[in-house]
Design a protein around this ligand. Structure first.
Ligand code: GDP
Ligand code: MG
Length: 586
């Protein structure tokens, strides 16, 4: 394929606005996949079980297709981007391999927070934007109103907007034509030294890591010896080809093309997203702006049965080997359970805190048990800082008050807001709210709260805003005087009493009575913040006091204990796995 018939593009869309459906239609229309029999609507590009169940795209999936226009065959490379709120950074790096993007907006829902942030990334990268209104088949669709919204939010000319139904297929042909007509071909030099931009990676049980690349210059062939600009490691290309939509070996990738390379990389951690690959002996300047991705949310994982530890370690290794991007804790847990059959306890998520010392050095801490005791007068710590983010929330006006309340309760600052629909009637107006908020306040249940307090109408996105000094402390929970590592938390001092009391109450509720009295305490340093006492359970009074239900439950627990399953022993106290889940769900 000569360069001028190649188009590299992606689809920007808020979750559920129809990105996967449109991708499937495009693949069908170009004959890349067969049209599905009716009744089945499992999307081709959403491969993992968890993606199908949750309807979110976790891994970016890329596919090439061929389409004829004016008697000329065009090679269209669709670079799929994850649409879930936690994956904005993956979206941004996939865009680096594109010259254009479809901005897909649900005509019944309107513009949402994530579309706005990704739109700005795409704009900054100089991508051509093709605005597309989807779901025009829906009776609730308001194409004119949403088109006006796109004009006021994105500065888009309504005349450029395509109206389609990805579901029925109406107008989808016009999308392919617009991709060909409006998006420029990639600019590449065939004769320059080979240069490939690595924008994603997959894992294959047999072939190891598969890198997805965009050839910026030159040609790469099977058997070529290549090197990474970032790691300086060398490899030999064992297989090279395009995603059509599965891997199809072509033995060669030409300038402007998007495809895959298998080169015996053993671990995903060798495939650095944003890295540049070149032929050994023919160095090239790396693509600018490469930053090794940095984890911002951490959690501890404990096996329920400690003899499972080696197996768990192996499973996690495998999973991270195949997918370092699985940042979403629920997704990670579900994949561990689905694919590796693991029985685990995951601690509350935590963020990397920055500890500044009096001698001028600093350190990042993400494990609460390593957090310094600030009440210790001999401490060498001068200051603790926490990561903050800039958040945008879009919400219908009637929920605005609730959103403000939620944000303030999460220590948000610098609230600012404006109307999204300029000049439209007040009854259906939406507001965009921006604020600075500690990352730790949004990694737990913020998103769920946002959704439930706005009847599902609010949308949310955030970006990194650096670090800020904060008054934080480590809270530990003691059962029978013994600290439980899996429950250690870092809390803001203003919330310590509320959190301490709430957790202690919750522990009291979920921990089964033992044969002896168990004090449950929350402490900061040496100071006990909250306490509850779990009274002893004497076998002879159990039936009378607690009734048959409790007895059955106890018996049930005993049975489980006999099976040496699902019970975690902490100090002298047995904790059922469910108790942990209950507590950690907050
Ligand atoms: P994604 O999250 O952006 O990938 O969205 P999906 O493609 O999974 O679509 C979300 C839901 O919207 C699914 O139930 C689709 O069947 C539905 N959907 C997608 N496009 C259309 C459309 O044009 N019309 C209607 N009525 N439903 C659509
Ligand atoms: Mg999808």
């Amino acid at each position: 394929f000569p360069l001028d018939v190649i188009r590299n593009f992606s689809i920007i869309a808020h979750i559920d606005h129809g990105k996967s459906t449109l991708a499937d239609r495009l693949l069908e229309l170009t004959g890349t996949i067969k049209k599905k029999e009716t009744g089945k609507n499992e999307q081709v590009l959403d491969k993992l079980k968890v993606e199908r169940e949750r309807g979110i795209t976790v891994k970016a999936q890329t596919a090439s297709m061929v389409h004829s226009s004016n008697g000329k065959s065009h090679l269209l490379n669709l670079i799929d981007t994850p649409g879930h709120v936690d994956f904005a950074w993956e979206v941004s790096r996939s865009l680096a391999a594109c010259q254009g993007a479809l901005l897909l907006v649900d005509a019944s829902q309107g513009v949402q927070a994530q579309s706005i942030s990704v739109f700005h990334i795409a704009k900054e990268r100089g991508l051509t934007i093709i605005p597309v209104l989807n779901k025009i088949d829906l009776p609730a669709a308001q194409p004119e109103r949403i088109a006006a919204q796109m004009q006021s939010t994105f500065g888009i000319n309504p005349a450029d907007i395509l109206s389609i139904s990805a579901k029925t297929g109406k107008g989808v042909e016009s999308v392919l034509q617009a991709v060909i007509d409006r998006i420029p071909a990639p600019q590449s030099d065939k004769n320059a030294p080979a240069k490939a931009f690595l924008f994603d990676s997959l894992y294959d049980r047999y072939r190891g890591v598969i890198s997805l690349v965009n050839i910026q210059n030159g040609i790469l062939r099977k058997g070529d010896k290549i090197a990474s600009c970032h790691t300086r490691k060398k490899y030999e290309i064992a297989e090279i080809g395009i995603m059509y939509p599965e891997e199809v070996s072509t033995d060669i990738l030409c300038p402007g093309q998007v495809g895959y390379i298998a080169c015996n990389m053993k671990e995903s951690s060798e495939a650095h997203i944003g890295d540049t690959l070149h032929r050994v002996g023919e160095p090239v300047p790396p693509m600018p702006g490469f930053k090794p991705s940095k984890a911002m949310v951490y959690a501890g994982i404990f096996p329920v049965d400690s003899s499972d530890f080696p197996k768990l370690e192996e499973s996690i290794k495998r999973l991270t080997l195949t997918d370092r991007s699985t940042l979403h804790m629920d997704v990670f847990r579900q994949r561990l359970e689905d694919e590796y059959d693991a029985n685990i306890i995951i601690t509350a998520p935590t963020v990397p805190y920055k500890v500044l010392y009096r001698d001028g050095t600093e350190k990042f801490i993400s494990n609460p048990t390593e957090f310094p005791d600030m009440s210790d007068s001999t401490t060498k710590v001068s200051e603790i800082q926490e990561p903050i983010v800039k958040a945008s929330i879009i919400v219908p006006e009637e929920y605005f008050g609730d959103m403000m309340e939620l944000c303030y309760s999460r220590r948000a600052e610098e609230l600012d807001h404006r109307y999204l629909d300029a000049g439209s009637d007040a009854s259906s107006s939406r507001i965009i709210l921006t604020c600075v908020i500690p990352l730790s306040e949004i990694v737990t249940d913020f998103f769920d709260q946002l959704k439930s307090r706005s009847s599902g109408f609010a949308s949310f996105d955030y970006e990194d805003a650096g670090y800020q000094k904060s008054d934080l402390a480590k809270m530990v929970f003691l059962l029978n005087g013994k600290p439980v590592d899996a429950l250690a938390l870092i809390v803001h001092r203003s919330a310590q009493d509320t959190i301490g009391r709430a957790w202690v109450k919750k522990l009291h509720k979920v921990i089964p009575r033992q044969l002896f009295e168990v004090p449950i305490q929350a402490a900061i340093g040496k100071k006990v913040i909250a306490r509850e006492t779990l009274s002893a359970n004497r076998a002879d009074v159990t039936a009378g006091l607690y009734g048959g239900h409790y007895e059955r439950k106890l018996k049930h627990l005993e049975n489980q204990k006999e099976g040496k399953k699902r019970l975690k022993r902490i100090g002298t106290v047995d904790l059922p796995q469910e108790a942990f889940f209950d507590i950690l769900k907050r």
